[in-house]
Design a protein around this ligand. Structure first.
Ligand code: NAD
Length: 478
């Protein structure tokens, strides 16, 4: 299917924002029917271009499994649109609030009003899902939207631009293409809200830029998400789930398990289960059609440097598949490796990995594992494999992370009713669930005065009645 391209030059981003704001002020808050129509239009556009999306992402990555694109991107988008359609009426409904005795003759409620124009900045790793889910949320909340996709997936970003231009007018949804410079000027625009998904490092710059106009922010950032394997649980089902979370998109997933904490008695079992699970999932090794390539030469070199740095520091590098020099039929194919015994000062234990390398650290007691996690920046996700009980409770209570997966990896992202977001260096605010709708809405408190206005009695000139009312209201609790 061909689409007419309506490209918006970057210099016109300010004009586009002004147009969108004018249109928003002119048309006011859209009805539920209009919002649903927008969501359905978006859903239809995505599905009509399913094959184009698969091809564009595949070409941008060098290799990206068609099924992975369908499952991790398109299914996520369609599911979250369906979720929004199903719950929109409830989300939009004004909420009655409690009124204290003194104000009882009046009524109070909260109305969720669209903020206006929302900016969405997206990364490259799931270029469609991480653009369209924030877009759907913003549309459900009744907003206009400006999007800045990643420059690292140029074909997909162009497709997103064309696809949206064919479905929405630019005063509803507009796409601005470009690299870091465009990102920098985009993040400085006076949006009514800005949702940024990307690295913690760029998140800091975005927050600085947004502060000039006091633009409210949702920051969806990265970090090192640990997986804790309880003693005796380095078994097939556990390790298969870890391999799924680590190797989907070749580890280029914000919530991928970054490193594993395994009980010292289980290290050998964990390693052999890991190798076996990789062999089962990817029988042709890293050249399997289901194994994704690394997105760019820079990231490929960065990941190789992480391996070399760990090796020279004395860590053991364990191949869990064929190494790339022996299987390099595709660009930037990096075979999965386990890294055992990497010290705290190695780059692989300090930086977010974002690739198919899994450092494994051993622990003796759960307290030691908790201490290790708490000594590091708060992660985006935390995974635990073991019995649900005292240990999982202790881990949940004693650590702070964006979300938690128990006996699974990545799945919390697909549960649409859960908020999704990090904490501290892994993010600020959340979307998905009612939290996403509310992040992109203004919660406007309204108090409607009733016929009898008791607070009027507190106005000057103060007399006996005020004395009595104050004596009653300020009395000590029995
Ligand atoms: P990135 O921060 O490099 O880029 C994200 C966006 O910011 C892109 O659109 C880019 O063009 C733009 N940008 C780049 N430099 C900029 C600058 N100086 N000023 C303003 N904008 C700029 O991130 P990435 O490499 O595309 O994605 C990988 C990172 O994103 C990882 O850290 C990963 O954990 C994180 N991530 C987080 C989530 C989440 O939901 N929390 C999801 C996916 C990825």
């Amino acid at each position: 299917m061909t689409l007419a391209a309506t490209s918006i030059p970057t210099s016109n981003a300010t004009t586009t924002l002004e147009q969108q704001r004018r249109a928003f002020l002119h048309d006011g808050s859209p009805s539920i029917a209009q919002r649903k129509a927008n969501l359905l239009k978006l859903r239809a556009a995505v599905l009509a271009h399913r094959r184009d999306v698969e091809e564009a992402i595949n070409a941008d990555f060098g290799n990206r499994s068609r099924h992975e694109t369908d499952i991790m991107e398109l299914l996520g988008v369609v599911q979250s649109i369906d979720y929004l359609l199903r719950h929109l009426r409830r989300f939009m409904k004004p909420e009655r609030r409690h009124v204290a005795a003194f104000h009882r003759t009046g009524r109070a409620y909260v109305e969720y009003q669209p903020k206006g124009v929302i900016g969405v900045m997206a990364p490259w790793n799931y270029p469609v899902a991480l653009t369209f889910i924030p877009l759907a949320t913003a549309l459900a909340a009744g907003n206009r939207v400006m999007i800045k996709p990643s420059e690292l997936t140029p074909r997909t970003s162009k497709l997103i631009q064309r696809l949206l231009a064919a479905s929405f007018s630019t005063d509803e949804v507009a796409v601005i293409l470009g690299g870091p410079e465009v990102g920098a000027s985009f993040s400085a625009l006076p949006f009514d809200h800005l949702l940024f998904t990307g690295s913690t490092q760029v998140g800091r710059m975005v927050m600085r830029a947004a502060s000039d106009h006091l633009v409210p922010l949702t920051l969806e950032l990265g970090g090192k998400s640990p997986v804790v394997v309880a003693p005796g649980h380095a078994v097939r089902s556990t390790v298969e789930s870890i391999v799924f979370g680590k190797l989907a998109n070749a580890g280029q997933t914000c919530v991928a398990p970054d490193y594993a904490l395994v009980h010292e008695d289980d290290l050998d079992a964990f390693i052999s289960q890991y190798r076996a699970a990789v062999a089962r999932g990817y029988p042709q090794g890293p050249t399997s059609p289901d194994y994704t390539s690394i997105v760019s030469d820079r990231h490929y070199t960065r990941l190789q440097a992480l391996i070399e740095d760990a090796r020279t520091s004395g860590a053991q590098i364990i191949e869990a598949g064929v190494m790339p020099e022996r299987a390099a039929q595709r660009p930037r194919t990096l075979a999965p490796v386990l890294i055992v015994g990497a010290g705290d000062d190695t780059a692989v234990m300090r930086e977010e990995i974002f690739g198919p390398l899994l450092p494994v650290r051993t622990y003796r007691s759960l307290d030691q594992a908790i201490g290790y996690i708490n000594a590091r920046p708060r992660p985006l996700a935390l995974y635990y494999f073991g019995k649900v009980g005292a240990d999982s409770e202790a881990l949940l209570k004693c650590t702070t992370s964006g979300n938690v997966g128990i006996n699974n990896t990545l799945m919390h992202v697909a549960v649409d009713d859960l908020p999704f977001g990090g904490v501290g260096p892994s993010g600020m605010g959340a979307y998905h669930g009612i939290e996403g709708f509310r992040a992109m809405s203004h919660a406007k408190g309204v108090f409607v005065q009733g016929r009898w206005n008791l607070p009027r009695l507190l106005r000057a000139p103060f007399g006996k009645l005020v004395e009595l009312a104050l004596a009653f209201s300020l009395r000590p609790r029995p």
